[in-house]
Write a protein that binds this ligand. Structure first.
Ligand code: THU
Length: 130
């Protein structure tokens, strides 16, 4: 695992705008350009309009010009594993492969690592459109 990912995710988590859930999440992506892209969750008073940390990080990666996730770290508070929601699994899959590591972290460090295909089996992807 890239040693930068934990610190970047931790700093991103500290920036979360989560006044409604009070659940702060940070994400950090190592992209194939060698750069790390960060994101936090951004909530909204109109609750469904908020979005996840992973989505922010993917947006930053694409804006930065990269299109492939080498590995991704998701850091949440509390004792439970902060695994990506269904929508974010699909968004990660757009820019990753079945073997791509998804590191699930707490503030103290990595709690477990999944392959993307474990989180999103039998997924729909670009191959279905050709
Ligand atoms: N959240 C994330 O940002 N990423 C996840 O992987 C799970 C959930 C956010 C969405 C919402 O702002 C808060 O956590 C509570 O669901």
């Amino acid at each position: 695992m890239d040693p930068r990912l934990l610190d970047v995710a931790r700093r991103a988590m500290a920036q979360a705008h989560a006044p409604y859930s009070n659940f702060h999440v940070g994400a950090a992506i190592l992209a194939d350009d060698g750069n790390i892209y960060a994101g936090c969750n951004v909530e909204n008073a109109a609750f469904p309009e908020g979005w996840c940390a992973e989505t922010t990080a993917i947006g930053a990666m694409v804006t930065g010009g990269a299109k492939h996730i080498v590995e991704i770290t998701v850091m949440g508070e509390g004792k439970e594993f902060t695994t990506p929601c269904g929508g974010c699994r699909q968004r990660i899959a757009e820019f990753a492969g079945p073997e791509t590591p998804v590191h699930i972290c707490g503030p103290e460090g990595v709690r477990c690592t999944f392959k993307l295909e474990e989180l999103l089996p039998a997924s729909f992807g670009k191959g279905h459109l050709s």
